[in-house]
Design a protein around this ligand. Sequence first.
Ligand SMILES: [Ca+2]
Ligand SMILES: [Ca+2]
Ligand SMILES: [Ca+2]
Ligand SMILES: [Ca+2]
Length: 322
Amino acid sequence: MKISIPFNKADVSNRSVMVRLARQVALISSAVMFSIVMVIPTASAELVEEDLFNLGDGLITRDTQTGLRWLDVTETQGLSVDFILGDGDGWLTAGYRYATLAEVQTLAQNAGVVTFSPVNIRLEANVPGVSLLIDLLGNVGTTSLDVDATRGVAANDENDPPFENISFANFLLDNQAHAIHQPFAGSTAIPNIFVGHFLVQGKVEVSIDIKPASDPNSINLCNQGNVTVAILTTPNFDATTVDPETATLADVDVRTVGKSDKMMAHIEDVDGDGDLDLVLQFETVDLALSPGSLNTVATVKAETFDGQAVTGTDDIEIVKDC
Ligand SMILES: [Ca+2]
Ligand SMILES: [Ca+2]
Ligand SMILES: [Ca+2]
Ligand SMILES: [Ca+2]
């Protein structure tokens, strides 16, 4: 049976079906390896364009360094932030989320953008990374922008011919990269045809500090005590949203004590920068770590209370094994 689903932004139910199909199609696509390597800017990062709904649609850009899969911004063009966050079109159900500002910046760097201001990229058209991002993620731009307008993925602005631009207009709601191109004029509810959304699939990288206030992070595996790990709050991530019950360090759960198995986890501003961090204790002897060069980092894996996977790593030094 041939399944034909019209692409119509006004028809929410049809597009929701498309999103539900996306995972299946993505699996099929990756199975047949129908992907084109667009660029290899560095030895460690490749941006690979992949298909989502149909062979050759190129709607996904996979960053091999971060593991994130970026949805073309044109797929969410003209939608409001509230519509996306209300799971309109079913992107959230399909495992997509808003990228963080840091993730967008890393993507730009991996595309070869060398310098940009913290929020906006505004570079001349011949800058390779900007053109590449537009090639990969699509263009929700217009050719009649005001020169000073906040811009997104826009090419060949007729008012400003030397420039192609990618910028992140409104980092609303905890610095998530909601929008590219044109301001929302303060409303997340109003759709705007010049707005696309940076949606990604993949884990959130978080900052952690193993043994807060000590460096190097020496671990004596004979020690009967605990290793303390802080998940740090940053402008892009609120560590207090992490569910301690889901957290592991080197495959070990957070230590529990007492008759009621109370978790050794608490919230504290552990680095004294004014925001609250999550502090966790893990039993040292249980850690799945080995001495020598085998383990030079340790990884915390966890989920937020609303189910987003997060991961963070920090350097360690095993000083004694038992
Ligand atoms: Ca694409
Ligand atoms: Ca430390
Ligand atoms: Ca902080
Ligand atoms: Ca803090």
